[in-house]
Design a protein. Structure first.
Length: 277
């Protein structure tokens, strides 16, 4: 699967390059490509799909990429407009930009399905090149960019009663817990001390640093979502804490909720600092 997925990513990049369309890897697969993570970083969840942000002005431009991939033996999903299949792998193509998605809202032409793409502009603009062990020409979003998009997706999916918002919540929690860990351990304290943002608790220091980076990255439009997420998640039985506790036995679920509140408080502290920076 891993080799097949990498080949799928290469094919998407090749097709986009041929058409001079900019694509950025934006989904969970970014953890396997980003140069940010050391070899001893806690392992992020696996995935069999590749999500791409696609910078286009019109649906005609997007259609050109779609058709190019079909010519390369990708198969369209008859029920989901943005999804393609190649063997056992999946690709989601998400167009973004001020012309195709005014006010951060993307309306798919056939189904009329509305998708929020607020945050894509700044997140994709801040993308880094993949590490040298993968395709070094592939732009990959940063961890703070991934978390920003996940916060927006969490709110968007929960509003649509899509149970996948729980997975978004667990992805957010993973990075709140693990950001700047592994080979980046020293960053949890060194950077905080230099910035004047003192934080003595090692377990939540990564969440503070993540909050700083998300705060600096988010546009004013995306910040509305982050502010709402933090406000709505402050309760022990908020939807975010419910997502973290789902699938856990009672005692473990209670610990997940308490730990989640501590991580969120640390993130909020860093986020406020980042917005002022």
């Amino acid at each position: 699967m891993e080799n097949e997925l990498k080949e799928t990513v290469r094919e998407v990049c090749s097709a986009a390059e041929k058409l001079k369309i900019n694509v950025v890897l934006v989904g969970a697969l970014m953890a396997q490509y980003t140069p940010e993570l050391g070899s001893d970083y806690p392992k992020f969840r696996g995935t069999n799909d590749a999500d791409f942000g696609v910078s286009v002005r019109t649906w005609e431009d997007f259609k050109k990429l779609h058709e190019e991939l079909l010519a390369r033996d990708f198969k369209a999903n008859p029920k989901i407009e943005h999804r393609l299949h190649r063997g056992a792998t999946m690709v989601d193509l998400i167009p973004y930009g001020s012309q195709i998605a005014p006010d951060g809202k993307l309306t798919w032409p056939e189904s009329g399905f509305e998708m929020t793409v607020t945050g894509f502009d700044e997140v994709c603009a801040a993308a880094r090149k993949a590490d040298q062990s993968n395709d070094p020409s592939l732009p990959v979003i940063t961890v703070p960019g991934f978390v920003l998009l996940k916060i927006i997706a969490f709110l968007d999916r929960r509003a649509r009663h899509d149970p996948k918002h729980r997975d978004d919540g667990k992805d957010i929690e993973y990075w709140l817990r693990n950001f700047a860990s592994g080979t980046d351990d020293a960053r949890r304290f060194d950077w905080a001390g230099q910035s004047g943002l003192a934080h003595e608790v090692y377990e939540t220091a990564g969440a503070v640093l993540l909050g700083v980076e998300v705060g600096k990255l988010a546009s004013s439009e995306a910040a509305v979502y982050v502010d709402r997420f933090m406000k709505e998640s402050e309760d022990l039985y908020s939807p975010f804490m419910d997502a973290l506790a789902s699938g856990q036995y009672e005692e473990a679920a209670d610990k997940k909720r308490r730990d989640g509140l501590a991580l969120l408080a640390a993130f909020k502290k860093g986020y406020a600092h980042g917005r002022r920076a």
